[in-house]
Design a protein around this ligand. Structure first.
Ligand SMILES: *Cc1c(COP(=O)(O)O)cnc(C)c1O
Length: 396
């Protein structure tokens, strides 16, 4: 198959919202912790203290990137675990203290790590409000305020959406939560290292991040828990991570995450400016060259590396497969031919019908992408869309 024949080096990766490669400097800093620096960070001897010191240095770097204090950061196995710990951890602790507290507010466009956690909590007797969004995917802070009840424990609203890239007004939402006595959690997995974050200035009580979305390793995440916020741990066992997450720490992964945060901190402004220019070239090129195409998400309040389109009479999955054959890695949400796949909850929430949502394409740029990549994609996308419309028109 053509797909297999094209070598990896000549392919163009435009799916950075799914994951990113580990940067060479990050890998280099991680490597000794797989071999000679193998200590358990809980051990009192030299080997343990060497690992502990590296881990605390990483914690400092994550804290710096988020504006947190070092001891307000715990390491987890990824964004999913951070979201689970933040939400289950807070509501279980709150309900144990006061049985009348059982309400959570979130949005209809959260990542499944948040939505499925909330669904499970509903099955355990918690009361969850899923707020709607407007056609650009924006949450209205007044809607959060109106959803507040005496029983509300917490609000969980993502910083930016992983599909359509819309950036939410979390500073306003956080401020309002503070004034109403509810805790505010944000899933910042898509924004950590891409947009400036300051947990104090943004009124955030809990924040989730994941290393592999910012050129760190897979399987490591962070959770900021503001000093004074009580959580019930998900993992009981040893006393690691200030008794908030038992199990021997993934020291190499944590070290890599720390270095990735350090690099992001230093390069973010410049790199995001560069990617924003590429993204805008991509968006205007696609809208101009592909008939019946639209941009999904907010035109301005969007992640600097995210472009999300819908094409009429196109099946997103076929488009992604054809682009893959031509050497471009992109993403979609669903397919109109496979009825088993339900349309994206995010696209439904912004008011698209299933047929419209099926023809979606997400392109997310990263450090490796160049202007030539954009132009190369723009030279093959229009004919690919035209071909697919001709051979298998998707009427939805
Ligand atoms: C990727 C992602 C997650 C999950 O992170 P993992 O580290 O892969 O578990 C959660 N939330 C958002 C918004 C994401 O983009």
């Amino acid at each position: 198959m053509l797909m297999k024949r094209m070598p990896r080096q000549s392919r163009i990766y435009m799916d950075h919202a799914a994951t990113t490669p580990v940067t060479a400097e990050v890998l280099k800093e991680m490597l000794p912790f797989f071999s000679e620096r193998y200590g358990n960070a809980s051990s009192l001897h030299f080997f343990g203290q060497e690992a502990k010191e590296a881990m605390e240095n990483a914690r400092k770097r994550v804290a710096k990137l988020t504006g947190a204090k070092q001891d307000e950061i715990i390491f987890t196995s990824g964004g999913t675990e951070s979201d689970n710990t933040a939400i289950k951890g807070v509501v279980l602790a709150a309900k144990a203290k006061d049985r009348s507290k059982n309400h959570i507010i979130t949005s209809a466009i959260e990542h499944h790590a948040v939505l499925h956690t909330c669904k499970w909590l509903e099955s355990q007797g918690f009361d969850v409000t899923y707020l709607p969004v407007d056609r650009h995917g924006l949450i209205e802070p007044a809607d959060v305020e109106n959803a507040m009840k005496d029983s509300t424990i917490m609000v969980s609203i993502m910083h930016a959406n992983n599909e359509i890239g819309t950036i939410e007004p979390i500073k306003e939402i956080g401020k309002m939560c503070g004034s109403k006595g509810a805790l505010f959690h944000t899933d910042a997995v898509q924004t950590l290292g891409k947009l400036p974050i300051n947990v104090r200035k943004m009124n955030i009580d809990l924040l989730s991040g994941s290393a592999h979305k910012l050129y760190g390793p897979k399987g490591v995440g962070c959770l900021f828990i503001r000093q004074g916020v009580n959580i019930t741990p998900l993992l009981h066992g040893g006393g690691q991570e200030l008794k908030r997450r038992a199990t021997t720490e993934n020291v190499a992964g944590i070290v890599g995450f720390g270095r990735a945060c350090d690099i992001a901190q230093k390069t973010m402004d410049k790199e995001m400016g560069r990617e924003r220019i590429l993204r805008d070239r991509l968006i205007s090129g696609v809208l101009k060259k592909v008939p019946d195409s639209c941009l999904n998400g907010h035109p301005e309040k969007r992640l600097p590396h995210n472009a999300h389109f819908r094409f009429r009479h196109i099946e997103g999955e076929s488009l992604v497969l054809h682009l893959d054959m031509k050497g471009f890695a992109a993403s979609t949400q669903s397919a109109c031919s496979s009825k088993s796949l339900s349309p994206s909850h995010v696209l439904m929430a912004i008011g698209l019908n299933p047929a419209e949502s099926h023809g979606s394409l997400r392109l997310t740029l990263g450090r490796s992408n160049t202007k030539e990549h954009i132009d190369s994609l723009l030279s093959v996308l229009p004919e690919t869309v035209e071909y697919l419309r001709k051979v298998s028109p998707c009427t939805g």
